[in-house]
Every structure is written in C-alpha cells, then in structure tokens.
Design a protein around this ligand. Structure first.
Ligand SMILES: Nc1ncnc2c1ncn2[C@@H]1O[C@H](COP(=O)(O)OP(=O)(O)O)[C@@H](O)[C@H]1O
Ligand SMILES: [Mg+2]
Length: 356
C-alpha cells in the first residue's frame, strides 16, 4: 500500500495544499506549530475514519471556513483508490471511496491501512488497561469485519446489563432477566477473547523482533494477553451468574472481556511498574511496529507508518536503528531537523500550513 498524494482544503491550518510522497521514507520537517502533526492527522483520518486527537471532529475545519476536505490517492497491490473526507460545520462528515459515498465507516476497512505512533502512545504502556484494549480493538477492527460487529454488540449488551443491575428488583427476578443478557454477553465475549488472544500471540514475536533490533539486542520484550474471562460460553455464563451479587452491590458488570489487558515486560520485568521512561517508550514503539506485520499478514499488503515526533525522544543509536528498521515500509516521520545525509528520503518542509 502506498500513499501517493494528499490534497487538503481548509484542513486545520492548511488552506489549499497538494503534497506528493515517496514510496519510502518521507521526512516532514518544520518548526513548531507549522502543521506537521496536522498532516499526519489528515492521513490517519483516512485510515480509521476519525482523528487521533480531535474530540470534536468539526475542529479540524479551518477556523475561518465552513467546510474542509481531505483527499488521498492510494496505490494498492492491484489498482488504485481515492478516499475523500468532507467536513462541514453544519452537516455530518461524508466519506467517499472512488467518488461513491459510504454509509458506514466500517466500509473504509482495507482501503488504506496504516499505523500511527506519537510520544502520546506511551500511555499504551503507562496508563490504564483501557488503552491496551483500545490498541487491540483498533487493530482487530482494521483487519476483521466480524470483530467490529462483535465488539459493538458486546458493548451494547454490557451497557444494557449494567443498566439492568441498577433496577430495584427482587433477586430472583433480577437473575431471570440477567440470564438473557448473560447468554448474549457470553456468546460475544468468547469470540472476542479468541480474537484478542490470537492477536497478541501473533503480535508478540514481531514486537520482540522489533524491540531487539532497536535496542541492539540489549532488551528482550515480553508481551502477554491477560484476561479474567474463561474460554467457553458455558464457563463465562457460570462466572457471570456467580458474580451477580458483587455486580449488584457495585452497580456494574465486574466479569468479562471488558477487563482484558496486555502485560508488557522487558528482560522479564514488568515495564509498566519498573521500566524507565525510555524503555516504556521503546516498548510502545515496538508494539506499534509489530502492528505493521500483523496487518500485513492479514491483508497481504504493507500498511504505511506514521511517526510523530519520535526522533526527538530516542537516543542516537535507537534513532538510527529505527530508521533502518522501517526500510521497506512507506513511512511519514515528523521532526524539526533531519541531519542524516546517508539516509535516502524525501524531505517535505512544512511552513504555516503549506509546503515550502
Ligand atoms: N481548525 C484550525 N484552524 C486553523 N488553524 C488550526 C486549526 N487547528 C489547529 N490549527 C493550527 O495548527 C497549528 C498546529 O499544527 P501542528 O500540526 O500541531 O504543528 P506541528 O508542526 O508542531 O506538528 C497551530 O498553529 C494551530 O493554531
Ligand atoms: Mg506536532
């Protein structure tokens, strides 16, 4: 997969810009607040259909304008495609693939695959399990249509079950009603667990390899899926039934795949608790780099890689090894300076929302 060109209209601080890219390393250079991250945001928008930073989507429209547009030209293994995102202050955004509007964002799936990494991704290691679940969910959603469905159904049923728990009912009646939700919850949970389990099993060796490469063999990474959920539907139902009293007391469902996590270790030590900031950062990066392989295995096409402000965060040796590691992947990397004359790349200088 290759991003050949992007056109931006009124997207954040871009008025009217057309940028063409190289199929290898693209270095997006510029001073602070010129629009480097905005450019990655626009590209990644077309991958997942949403922003990695805007909570309100309309904020991507240039402050002085009412509509904005992102248009990307993708070269695939076979053929090409054009994805367009049209934003309007008044209406919902429209997404078009090859000129045809899509109804659901899931239809974007497989059109344009990419992995995004920024220093913010440190939360993947440091923060709550929620971030690590999101990591699994975003990846699985990019590659597996059924997963999107399972997850959204699971969340719906979970919300209904939680609502039910707050009703004031006799225990026997409550149990009766909950058994309907439990049956559905278990059906989805069992499948979600299997997807996630496999995902982490596949991811771990790739992440280990990336990590060993970047750290020059100094650190050995461990990645493990952690779930309190059982494997079969029957066992899950049983556990849900056993936790009813606890759930009623707390007012929410305490058992299930919504509590899943990923455990990350370096040389056998839990990096979340004991790792240095630099180690945590490299772990997060390795996990992200492994996503490239996972997506490639499933879609048979190499996703693009977006790296925001990563270079400033790594020491010289890790920096060089990273740049070497991403050879063969179309990569977009932002930085304020890039002084590596031996590294082949296309340098794109961004100034005030335009290419210099
Ligand atoms: N909706 C918007 N309209 C106009 N300018 C915007 C909008 N959103 C962000 N900006 C501007 O974009 C700039 C930040 O761009 P960014 O890509 O984050 O910079 P950097 O090059 O440091 O990564 C800021 O100057 C900000 O004011
Ligand atoms: Mg930035």
């Amino acid at each position: 997969m290759e991003l050949e060109k992007i056109e931006l209209q009124n997207f954040r601080n871009y008025k009217n810009a057309t940028i063409t890219f190289d199929d290898g390393l693209n270095v997006i250079c510029g001073q602070n607040a010129q629009g480097k991250t905005n450019l990655l945001e626009a590209i990644y928008f077309c991958v997942v259909g949403k922003s990695f930073r805007a909570s309100r989507e309309k904020e991507v429209i240039n402050m002085q304008k009412d509509i904005a547009k992102i248009k990307v030209y993708i070269k695939k293994n076979v053929g090409k495609s054009i994805i367009e995102m049209l934003f309007s202050k008044k209406e919902k955004k429209t997404v078009k693939i090859d000129g045809i509007p899509i109804k659901r964002i899931s239809q974007l799936l497989g059109e344009f695959n990419g992995v995004f990494f920024s220093p913010d991704e440190l939360k993947l290691i440091k923060d709550s399990p929620e971030d690590r679940r999101r990591f699994m969910d975003i990846d699985l959603s990019q590659t597996t249509k059924q997963y999107i469905y399972l997850l959204s159904r699971y969340n719906e049923v979970l919300a209904s079950r939680n609502k039910q728990l707050k009703q004031n009912l006799k225990l026997a009646d409550m149990k009766n009603i909950l058994s309907i939700w439990d049956d559905q919850l278990a059906t989805y949970a069992q499948k979600i667990k299997r997807y996630r389990q496999n995902f982490v099993l596949n991811l771990a060796p790739y992440a280990q390899k990336a990590h060993a490469y970047i750290t020059d063999g100094k650190e050995q990474l461990g990645v493990e899926y952690v779930s309190i959920a059982e494997n079969t539907k029957e066992e899950i139902i049983k556990k849900l039934e056993q936790s009813i009293e606890k759930d009623l007391a707390l007012g929410y469902t305490t058992y299930g795949v919504h509590r899943d996590d990923i455990k990350v270790t370096v040389n056998g030590i839990d990096v979340r608790t004991y790792g240095s900031q630099g180690q945590q950062r490299t772990c997060a990066l390795s996990l992200k780099l492994a996503e490239l392989n996972i997506i490639e295995d499933i879609t048979h096409t190499r996703p693009v890689l977006l790296l925001d402000d990563v270079l400033s965060e790594l020491d010289e040796s890790r920096k060089k090894r990273l740049l070497d590691f991403v050879k063969g992947t179309q990569t977009f990397i932002t930085c304020t300076e890039f002084d590596y004359p031996d590294i082949k790349c296309k340098k794109i200088i961004i100034q005030n929302g335009d290419v210099k």
